[in-house]
Design a protein around this ligand. Structure first.
Ligand code: ZN
Length: 346
C-alpha cells in the first residue's frame, strides 16, 4: 500500500504559552495482538494471520491521514513484530513528523517476563525501528496491556539501560491485565537503582451522570469506542481543570469495523469490537477541539519547545534532549484510591 496524504511539510499549529497540550498516541499492532485469547495467542499463528490481512497497514494509514488533516503530531508506539514486517510504514510515520516509540517486540505482558527476557525484547524492538529509520531517536515505551504492575519496577531500570527516557505504561486504576497505584498525571518514577524517569500514565476521570458517574479511562481503546463524545469531553475537561493533559491511545483495529472476529468470552468480545465505526469521528472531534502533540513533547522532552519554537516536521528523530525536562505544571492531585509506592508526584 502506498502513502497518500501524509505531507511531511504540513504547517503545524504553534502552541501558545499556558495552553494545555494533550498527548496523542497510537499502539501500532495487528488485529490479532490481543492478550490472553487462545485463538491468537501463539506467535506461530501470526505469520499466517498477517498474510491474510492488510488491516494494520490500512488503518495506520487512516490514522496518518486523520492526523495530517488536523495538523496533529502523535507518538506511535510500534510493536517490533509489526515494524519488522512494515518498514515502509514505519518510515511513513516518521516522515510525517510523528514520534516513534516502542511497544515491545513480542507483545508479552511485562509482569510475566524476567528482566533479562524483557531487556532482549526491548533491544530487539528498538533495533527494528532503527533498521527502518536509521538514526531514529527512540525515547518512549508503553507496555502491552499496561502490564507494568506493582513488583515490576525493575522494568524501569531495563528501559533506562536500553537508552529510553520516558515511560507511558502505567494505568492508575483496576484493570484486567495491568494497573498500578500511581498518582494521576505526569510524575517522576524512581527505579530500583535510584535513577528516575518521567511517567505519562493513562488518563482516568469521573464520567457519566448521577449514580452512573464512575472514575474510568475515557480516552482510549474500548473505553473511547464505548463512550459518547460528551462523556469523553467530560473526562478531558475534568483532567484539564487539574492541569493534567489527556492521553489518547488507540490501535489500528479500533478503527476497523471489518476487524476479523475470533472466539472469545462475551465480555472480551464486547470490549474488543464495540463501536469501531465510531472511532474515526471521535478522534476527529478531539483533534478539532483540543491541542495535541507527542508524548515526548507533552513531557517537555522536546527541546524545540523549550525555546518556544514549533517543531519542524523534518527533524523529529534528531532531537536532543532538553535541559529542562518537564514543563511547568501544577502539582498532581493524589487520587484517594491510589497509593504511590515507587512513584513520586512532582
Ligand atoms: Zn498492545
Amino acid at each position: 500500500m502506498k502513502a497518500t496524504r501524509h505531507s511531511p511539510h504540513a504547517a503545524r499549529h504553534p502552541v501558545p504559552p499556558g495552553e494545555l497540550v494533550h498527548a496523542l498516541s497510537f499502539d501500532i499492532e495487528d488485529w490479532f495482538h490481543i492478550v490472553e485469547i487462545a485463538a491468537v495467542e501463539d506467535p506461530a499463528t501470526w505469520p499466517g494471520l498477517h498474510a491474510q490481512s492488510t488491516l494494520v497497514e490500512r488503518y495506520t494509514d487512516l490514522i496518518l491521514t486523520i492526523c495530517d488533516d488536523h495538523k496533529a503530531r502523535g507518538t506511535f508506539f510500534m510493536l517490533g513484530w509489526v515494524a519488522e514486517r512494515h518498514p515502509a510504514l514505519v518510515r511513513r510515520i516518521a516522515d510525517a513528523g510523528h514520534e516513534l516509540a516502542t511497544h515491545s517486540y513480542w507483545h508479552r505482558k511485562v509482569y510475566e517476563l524476567t528482566p533479562e527476557i524483557f531487556a532482549d525484547d526491548i533491544a530487539r524492538s528498538i533495533s527494528v525501528l532503527r533498521d527502518a529509520v536509521p538514526g531514529a531517536c527512540i525515547r518512549g515505551f508503553r507496555a502491552p496491556s499496561f502490564s507494568i504492575t506493582q513488583g515490576c519496577e525493575w522494568a524501569f531500570d531495563v528501559l533506562l539501560d536500553a537508552g529510553l527516557v520516558y515511560d507511558a505504561s502505567l494505568f492508575p486504576g483496576a484493570r484486567g491485565h495491568g494497573g498500578y497505584a500511581c498518582p494521576p498525571g505526569i510524575h517522576t518514577i524512581t527505579a530500583p537503582s535510584g535513577r528516575t524517569m518521567p511517567e505519562l500514565p493513562m488518563s482516568l476521570a469521573p464520567v457519566g451522570i448521577g449514580p452512573l458517574r464512575k472514575r474510568m479511562c475515557y480516552s482510549g481503546g474500548g473505553y473511547l469506542r464505548l463512550l459518547t463524545k460528551g462523556m469523553i469531553d467530560q473526562g478531558v475537561r475534568h483532567e484539564a481543570r487539574s492541569g493534567r493533559p489527556t492521553v489518547v491511545y488507540l490501535h489500528p483495529r479500533d478503527f476497523a469495523p471489518d476487524c476479523p472476529r475470533v472466539p472469545m468470552p462475551p465480555h472480551r468480545r464486547f470490549k474488543c469490537y464495540v463501536g469501531c465505526a465510531t472511532t474515526e469521528g471521535k478522534l476527529r472531534h478531539l483533534l478539532a477541539k483540543y491541542r495535541w502533540d507527542t508524548c515526548a513533547a507533552v513531557l517537555g522532552l522536546d527541546a524545540r519547545y523549550v525555546h518556544g519554537e514549533p517543531p519542524s516536521p523534518t527533524d523529529h528523530h534528531r532531537t536532543e534532549l532538553a535541559e529542562t525536562r518537564h514543563p511547568a505544571s501544577p502539582e498532581p492531585t493524589i487520587d484517594p484510591q491510589s497509593k504511590p509506592v515507587e512513584s513520586n508526584p512532582r
